[in-house]
Design a binder for this molecule. Structure first.
Ligand SMILES: [Zn+2]
Length: 816
């Protein structure tokens, strides 16, 4: 793929930009000092009206073509390019974009940025490639708005007030009639950034409130949120940020490289969070936690903050050379978040979530033909967005890093990291640079092991040949076809959760472990269930066997084990049709499974409940909901309170679900609550509960919200879609809606959320009819590089599930 860095190497950008959020415009003058390698150079530039280009003091000829600004007759050597341009602010959560919220009936507008992966080019002309590191001197001129904050990567160096727009370069502030839009303007000049990639530059302009704390190493941390959010919601994130930076300072050998850290919860945000250096941005639900937030909400905020802050070193200070090594950023951050949170809150037992969550999603995704490898070549800019496959680049990569860290030992691993950061600070790297840095501290060659797992997709299923895995056979494990011959270097077969492989136990081996289940370590217990689940999904063992297996855990007390029992049940659900006799049997079976334990621990959160009990209850209650346990539903409904702060937060979603079940009319009230309430978790609980309704009239009102951005924000539309698709009473209509509204869906979110539609549909579809509809909708999109892979895997996935159901449906029915 053509790299613009080959024509021009930027060293410093001086950005002098006017931003007019009222007319949705951005523009001004960009000065780039650097070295021209050719006489014709190219800059990334999307959707701009370029007015003039000077190189040094001479005006040059230019052309805007296919999102590229081409400059002609440029002198080779050190030059300074000056470009005046005008562009637009976006509304699709990419580039420099507008985010809005309602503050007591007043509409507030925020201007924020999302430049990863290649959207800086939508805000200003630049060489928008990760290896094109440069310093940024940023000046923003904005209309004066009372109490507005203007934030960027570095602290403000100075501000100036103007009573009129200074000169001709800020054309963004004049309307079509040549009139200024405001009487007063403020100019914010920020301190120069260190050398960094364009995708990490950021700013946020808007009315926000925040709280500042200073951590033990003297770094000022401020967490901001919209004015309609309770300011107490930032305390938890501030605390996690303070402790995470200390943890990384202590382990990475280089102290946090910037003067301050800001974190901002944005009302509109496509992904979960973005690690802009010194100015990290988040989806509100990923940063804000009220003092009485659920344990689950706190854990996910803690993990997200720890993830983004590890990127301040791994990603920001040292950056991958090109997007094919995106995993270098994400696999690292996705495992480091667990180490940091485990150090800060050991009582969370956060690694249990890693094993039951990330590890399992990686094992499933990685078992389909066509899945990407962790390290993935990029041939087309459109492919960059598809690289962010959460189950592979994040989860599988993290699992592989965990394997490596456990083999080396944490202390030795960190010694290598310290060397790596010192050698490559402010520069770019490839995977091999990391392996080289770690090698002196390992008793094996980290590069050899990791290349074998990172450069190709899949993982082995290991079959015991000679007792206790002293001699074994391995093949690539697949869920959409028979296993195929392949091999990976496997140091030693451990039965804990360290290695990215699964064990194909014989019935005798499996029974032996099951008999001694209580004596196994927790990770061994989880592996036993996880591997068995996968073997059954692949049809290598009959899924009917899961009926007897799950029953053995009725008296189990570990939340993590119950989490996997719920996975086994989920696996059985695909074999029964909605409202069939078999489904009734399965529901009865599930009720019998959970009844005893749930009666023992009770539905209400107790004052002395530890973290395990709280999670255990959540798992049991979810199964109990599936079982349509009306007796318990009636008890739950009694606990409903119109004032959500008065409900038991940990079981709030269960209370709402029960109420919708018994009183379908409550679903519309839930939608109203979703609109009224600002707390992101509570909002979500209400909307999710509404989507469970089975009443036809109530459902049609919810279906009407799809694509209706005024009621359900674009960032939440994908969730609405998934929840309604999961509801057996609306899944057909939801699919048909997608077929008829694909063009609308494309406009709602950015590239990353678009690719989620074919992916999540494939996870849930299981009938021949759904396969046909899926193929008809998505097959014509196979020539779109940003969707191709997701669609191919989706087709394989559904086809395999349809075949599995056909093969084992009767056996499962009999077992039930
Ligand atoms: Zn990340």
């Amino acid at each position: 793929m053509e790299r613009f860095l080959d024509y021009f190497v930027p060293e410093k950008y001086i950005l002098d930009l006017g931003i007019n959020k009222f007319d949705k415009k951005i523009g001004g003058v960009v000065e780039i000092a650097g070295e021209a390698k050719e006489e014709v150079i190219k800059l990334h530039a999307v959707g701009f009206e370029v007015k003039q280009v000077f190189v040094d003091d001479k005006e040059v000829k230019f052309e805007m073509k296919d999102d590229v600004l081409i400059l002609f007759d440029v002198p080779v050597g050190k030059i300074s390019i000056t470009i005046s341009y005008l562009g637009n602010l976006n509304e699709n959560m990419e580039g420099a974009y507008l985010s809005t919220y309602d503050n007591d009936g007043e509409k507030e507008i925020i201007v924020a940025t999302q430049f990863e992966s290649h959207y800086a080019r939508q805000a200003f002309p630049c060489v928008d490639e990760p290896a094109a590191k440069a310093e940024f001197s940023l000046k923003l001129v904005v209309p004066e708005v009372e109490d507005e904050l203007v934030l960027a990567n570095t602290p403000i160096a100075n501000t100036k007030k103007y009573f009129k727009v200074p000169d001709g370069k800020y054309t963004v502030f004049y309307n079509d009639e040549g009139k200024k839009i405001s009487a007063k303007y403020i100019e914010y000049t920020f301190e120069d950034t260190p050398r960094m990639s364009t995708y990490l530059l950021a700013w946020v302009i808007g009315r926000l409130h925040g709280k500042t704390i200073t951590n033990q190493h003297g770094i000022e941390i401020t967490t901001y949120c919209a004015l309609n959010q309770d300011i107490a919601c930032v305390d938890f994130a501030n605390e996690i940020a303070a402790r995470s930076l200390e943890f990384y300072d202590d382990n990475f050998g280089i102290p946090y490289p910037l003067k301050k850290l800001d974190q901002v919860a944005l009302p509109d945000f496509e992904a979960g969070a973005m690690e802009n250096w010194g100015l990290v941005t988040y989806r509100e639900s990923m940063l804000l936690a009220s003092p009485d937030a659920t344990l689950g909400a706190k854990k996910s905020v803690a993990l997200t903050v720890a993830h983004e802050l590890s990127h301040q070193w791994f990603g920001d200070l040292v950056t991958m050379e090109w997007w094919d090594d995106l995993w270098l950023n994400e696999s690292f951050a996705s495992v480091m978040e667990y180490y940091a949170v485990d150090a800060i809150h050991p009582e969370y037992k956060i690694f249990e979530s890693f094993f039951t969550g990330d590890c399992c999603s990686a094992l499933i995704r990685d078992a389909y033909t066509g899945v990407q490898s962790v390290h993935q070549d990029v041939h087309d800019p459109e492919e960059i967005a598809t690289l962010f496959d959460g189950a592979i680049v994040y989860a599988k990569g993290a699992r592989l890093m965990l394997m490596l860290i456990r083999l080396m030992g944490w202390e030795e691993f960190c010694k290598g990291l310290v060397d790596y950061f010192k050698e490559h600070a402010y520069k770019n790297t490839k995977g091999d640079d990391l392996w080289r840095a770690l090698e002196p501290y390992a008793e094996f060659k980290p590069g050899e092991l990791m290349h074998a797992f990172i450069d190709k997709p899949g993982y082995p299923v290991v079959t015991n040949l000679e007792g206790e895995f002293e001699a074994f056979d391995q093949q690539r494990f697949l869920l959409d076809g028979p296993c195929v011959d392949d091999g990976w270097p496997l140091p030693e077969i451990l039965e804990d959760m360290s290695g990215h492989y699964i064990l194909n136990l014989t019935d005798e081996e499996f029974e032996a472990r099951l008999d001694g289940f209580d004596k196994l370590g927790l990770e061994e217990k989880l592996r036993l269930l996880i591997d068995r689940d996968l073997i059954c999904r692949a049809g290598m063992q009959s899924p009917a066997g899961l009926v007897g297996l799950a029953r053995k855990f009725k008296t189990e007390s570990s939340a993590a084990v119950w989490n996997k029992v719920a996975t086994l049940i989920g696996n059985l659900k695909v074999f029964v049709d909605d409202e069939s006799e078999e489904e009734k049997s399965l529901k009865k079976y599930v009720l019998d499974l959970v009844d005893e334990k749930l009666s023992e621990i009770g539905m209400k959160t107790g004052a002395n409940d530890d973290e395990n009990i709280i999670r255990l209850r959540a798992n049991l209650m979810a199964l109990d909901y599936y079982a349509e346990d009306e007796d318990r539903f009636r008890e739950l409904v009694m606990m409903y309170d119109d004032d959500y702060t008065k409900m038991d937060a940990e079981i709030r979603s269960d209370i709402l679900a029960a109420k919708v079940y018994l009183e379908p009319g409550f679903a519309s009230e839930c939608v109203e609550k979703y609109q009224e309430i600002n707390d992101p978790d509570v909002k979500f609980d209400y909307l999710a509960a509404a989507c469970l309704v089975r009443d036809e009239k109530a459902l049609s009102k919810l279906l009407a919200l799809l694509g209706e951005n005024e009621i359900v924000k674009p960032q939440d539309q994908l969730y609405l879609f998934i929840w309604l698709y999961r509801n057996p009473k609306s899944r057909i209509q939801v699919f048909d809606w997608l077929v008829n509204n694909w063009d609308l869906v494309k406009k709602i979110g950015g590239d990353k959320s678009l690719v989620s539609y074919p992916t999540v549909l494939a996870h849930l579809a299981r009938t021949e009819e759904e396969y046909t509809k899926y193929r008809e909708l998505f097959e014509p999109m196979l020539d779109n590089p940003s969707l191709k892979r997701a669609v191919e895997i989706g087709l394989n996935e559904i086809k395999a599930r349809v075949a599995l159901v056909a093969k084992y449906r009767d056996e499962v029915a009999k077992a039930l």
